[in-house]
Write a protein that binds this ligand. Structure first.
Ligand SMILES: Cc1cc2nc3c(=O)[nH]c(=O)nc-3n(C[C@H](O)[C@H](O)[C@H](O)COP(=O)(O)O)c2cc1C
Length: 202
């Protein structure tokens, strides 16, 4: 393992359940893979831009002259995409917001899911170019989504698994701190998730 990329999303700092569990995971990964570089990218501190009329063509043009002309606008996406492609393990630690992912994480996804870099269309299908990597999702939510009536409201795990699969990352494990808005569950949710980190195949 050469590099581990950890994407952290919650702006709640020390109060964040997903960050607390990500810290436990980071400690375990560092102990197990002491020579690997751990890159922690904090999307609450670094405000990634949405794709606009310049960055969108800059990261998707197939015309080399156009790509050269727009290369400055592609620089941030280039950096994030290289960072992902250079990593063997991707960790995404995120809250559920309004039943989906926070827009900060969507902005990162929009910058790294790139034709010709992380996927390409081929013979009517799609080829994921980030294949061979593993991913771990650390998900925090106010409610419970692994069972019960709210299960079908989870647009976090199914979406992240789908988009990672699209770029070729299919070995995905999940750890959840759920029920953070339900006092009886919240009291133990992070401890249970930290225990689940010990069960992960790393
Ligand atoms: C803006 C916002 C939207 C939220 N939406 C949901 C939601 O749709 N479903 C849910 O179960 N919890 C929701 N929550 C609760 C968070 O998922 C919960 O507090 C979780 O612990 C946040 O992760 P963090 O502790 O890492 O910040 C929301 C919280 C915020 C601040």
């Amino acid at each position: 393992m050469k590099q581990i990329l950890m994407i952290e999303v919650s702006p709640r700092g020390k109060d964040s359940a997903s960050r607390a569990v990500a810290d436990t995971l980071a400690a375990r990964l560092t102990a197990l893979h002491s020579s690997a570089k751990l890159v922690r990218r904090d999307l609450a501190a670094e405000h990634l831009p949405h794709l606009d009329e310049i960055t969108l063509p800059a990261i998707s043009t197939k015309n080399p002259a156009e790509a050269e002309r727009l290369k400055d606008a592609a620089r941030q996406s280039d950096k994030l995409t290289d960072e992902l492609l250079e990593s063997d393990l991707l960790v995404i630690a995120t809250p559920m917001w309004n039943f989906g992912i926070p827009s900060a994480l969507k902005a990162w996804i929009d910058l790294v899911v790139r034709p010709g870099r992380t996927f390409q269309y081929s013979d009517g299908g799609v080829l994921g170019l980030a294949k061979g990597k593993k991913a771990i999702l650390v998900l925090a939510s106010g409610g419970v989504f692994t069972e019960g009536p709210w299960r079908s409201w989870d647009f976090v795990e199914p979406y992240i698994r789908q988009i990672l699969g699209f770029i070729g990352i299919v070995d995905v494990q999940t750890v959840r701190a759920e029920g953070m808005n339900i006092p009886l569950l919240a009291a133990n949710a992070v401890r249970k998730a930290n225990n689940a980190v010990l069960e992960l195949a790393l």
